[in-house]
Design a protein around this ligand. Structure first.
Ligand code: PTJ
Length: 254
């Protein structure tokens, strides 16, 4: 890995680049993952590389949904594996739920490498190597899913997912939690709860919320979910980006 000094103003962003590049070198991240990371970086820059209030609200609703779920599952792709493998394992273990490797550019070799990485990080249950079902409305490889995991889950966390799959999972009646830095993406607009934040911040924040809310009653958690309005939160995210840019411009011109 390139030696990046901690004092560098773009330290976090450079470390993330290194992790995704390393994921490609090790064979668990796709080369397209580099482009996805670049797009994400751009949105993160626009929102000031911090967790905005809209993302905090979405994270609370997401944690409540996961705690209320009967059969939740967490999806992991090549970028997620490169950036937050350990944190996803910690979240799955805290909730005692499975992780499922689910790839957009599927190759059996990459699925196995990611599954091995998750097991190495301490995952108790990793699915995805032997899919036995198909998500309706998607073409072959992208449709593959596993019973006991994403296929029959009632709540699914899909970080950095494409719009088609998000829509297909929602059409199956699942509650879908997306993590996507782009508030305008189809994924963000189709999901039940969209966290507009960098996955590097969003997954640890979600684990903290799960810990905090785990003592709350089902009635309280249900109220949090009912009061949540994803469209309103996405509008708020766009407004927060706009406000940040105006503020930035003022600082630069003063
Ligand atoms: O490993 P695979 O084959 O499953 O492929 C994974 C990628 C991410 C390459 C694939 O799902 C893909 O092409 O995704 P998209 O359609 O490029 O969408 C990725 C979305 O994630 C975009 O809206 C980005 O803004 C967003 N994104 C990228 N990096 C981050 C992010 N969101 C949160 N945190 C990030 N670090």
């Amino acid at each position: 890995m390139t030696d990046i000094p901690k004092s560098h103003p773009r330290y976090a962003s450079l470390v993330a680049r290194e992790r995704v590049t390393n994921g490609v070198k090790k064979g668990y991240t796709s080369s397209q993952g580099l482009i996805a990371q670049g797009r994400g970086e751009c949105f993160d820059y626009l929102l000031g590389e911090r967790t905005m209030p809209s993302a905090e609200a979405a994270t609370i609703a997401a944690a409540a949904l996961l705690l209320l779920a009967e059969r939740p599952a967490l999806s992991v792709n090549g970028n997620v594996a490169a950036l937050v493998a350990e944190e996803m394992v910690a979240l799955a273990n805290a909730l005692q739920i499975p992780l499922e490797v689910n790839l957009f550019h599927r190759s059996e070799e990459r699925v196995k490498k990611i599954a091995d990485l998750l097991r190495e990080k301490g995952a108790k249950e990793v699915l995805g190597e032997n899919p036995d079902a198909s998500v309706p409305g998607l073409e072959h490889a992208r449709a593959l899913a596993t019973r006991g995991g994403i296929y029959d889950a009632d709540v699914v966390l899909i970080p950095l997912e494409d719009g088609d799959r998000c829509e297909a999972l929602t059409a199956m009646g699942k509650k879908v939690i997306a993590i996507d830095l782009n508030p305008l993406s189809r994924t963000a607009r189709k999901a039940t709860v969209s966290i507009v934040d960098n996955i590097l911040r969003a997954v640890p924040n979600m684990a903290a919320q799960v810990r905090q809310l785990s003592a709350r009653s089902r009635v309280d958690l249900e109220r949090m979910v009912q009061e949540y309005d994803n469209e309103k939160v996405l509008r708020q995210a766009v407004q927060e980006i706009q406000d940040h840019l105006v503020e930035q411009f003022r600082e630069d011109t003063n």
